[in-house]
Design a binder for this molecule. Sequence first.
Ligand code: ADP
Ligand code: MG
Length: 414
Amino acid sequence: PVLDMPNARETLRATFGFDDFRGRQAEVVERTLAGQSSLAVMPTGAGKSLTYQLPAVMLEGTCVVISPLIALMHDQLRSARANGIHAATLTSADADWRETQDAFRAGELDLLYVAPERASQPAFRDFLSSARLALFAIDEAHCVSEWGHDFRPDYRMLRPLMDAFADVPRLALTATADKQTRADILTQLGIPEGGLVLAGFDRPNIRYAIRHRDNPVRQLATLMSERPGPGIVYAPTRRKVEDLAEKLAAATGRSVLPYHAGLDPETRAANQAAFVASEDMVIVATVAFGMGIDKPDVRFVAHVGVPKSIEAYYQETGRAGRDGDPSAATMFWGAGDFATARMRLAEVDEDRRNAERARLDALAALVETPECRRAVLLRHFGEDPPATCGNCDNCLDAPDVTDATELARKLLSA
Ligand code: ADP
Ligand code: MG
């Protein structure tokens, strides 16, 4: 396998324009070129796409990429084509099915993106048999696990499909998978345990803080004045998004726009584009906002209310500071948030309820801990962190123990 690595570096430069692999990309590429299956768990922005796109360019045959969202597929398609890679999508939103199928059969495609729904169709298996396959890449692989935070039953149909092409290596990719989810992904997709490549989760430039919510508009306005660049505020409902956007704009005089699924598509696209282009705008949004947005200079991510899980929290706060500059992730929570979330558990299918409850408990532990937030976060993802990070609210505002001891002594001796 090592023999191919000089070629891989050459392709990295020639096709992608990068001088070096980042983090553990090289390891994943090397395994894949050697025909080994892997699960790559790397934080958002680490560069997971490259780990299948590069082998797809080098290997003979087509790399079939499973991706859960049409919008994500089309983003990937654009950037792959911009690098001169032969790529196509087969989704309900595409009109050029015939051309794509012909190109695949002729062996002309490096990458073929498909939605998991297609994998369950016998006709698709037959279609894949009509040309040579290089690799299966399963993006957002946590969707295959009920322990993951975004279970998609169709991902379960991937295993029988891939088993029909047993010689083709598999590369599963995700940014957010705790230990249990990782084990489940390996089993569900038939990847050997030794294939796990787990990259570092720490984002040292992000300052984590979790505070009680008393007056969110005032608290957010303070945060905005401390972190003057672009920011994202996540709010739980469309109504709260609208309300907060309006009040924050009035309170700060800054440009603040809303984003949620209830806005008409033009407004939504316009607000997103304005945010991506801006150097100081704040967007108030539901969790519908953020996937696939590549904005490196977000200076803060705030949560008004609690996210769904630690995975969701990590993914959402991970949109801050992708450029490595100091940034903040601040949550403003109230005890009622957990009560509401627990009440919603009653509506969840019974087989999913335990997993959801466990996720909520883990999140509550993070919110209530007097310990280092980063330590709790990293341990959740199976990393061994230092006891304190010096860059979270609990490390920075820790009560000064020497002072307390001093005070106690004075009181006792008085
Ligand atoms: P992920 O899927 O892990 O969140 P992406 O694959 O979308 O990340 O990559 C994030 C960004 O990193 C992209 O802009 C990509 O071009 C860039 N990138 C990937 N690999 C490298 C590298 N080796 N050197 C520099 N930039 C890279
Ligand atoms: Mg990705």
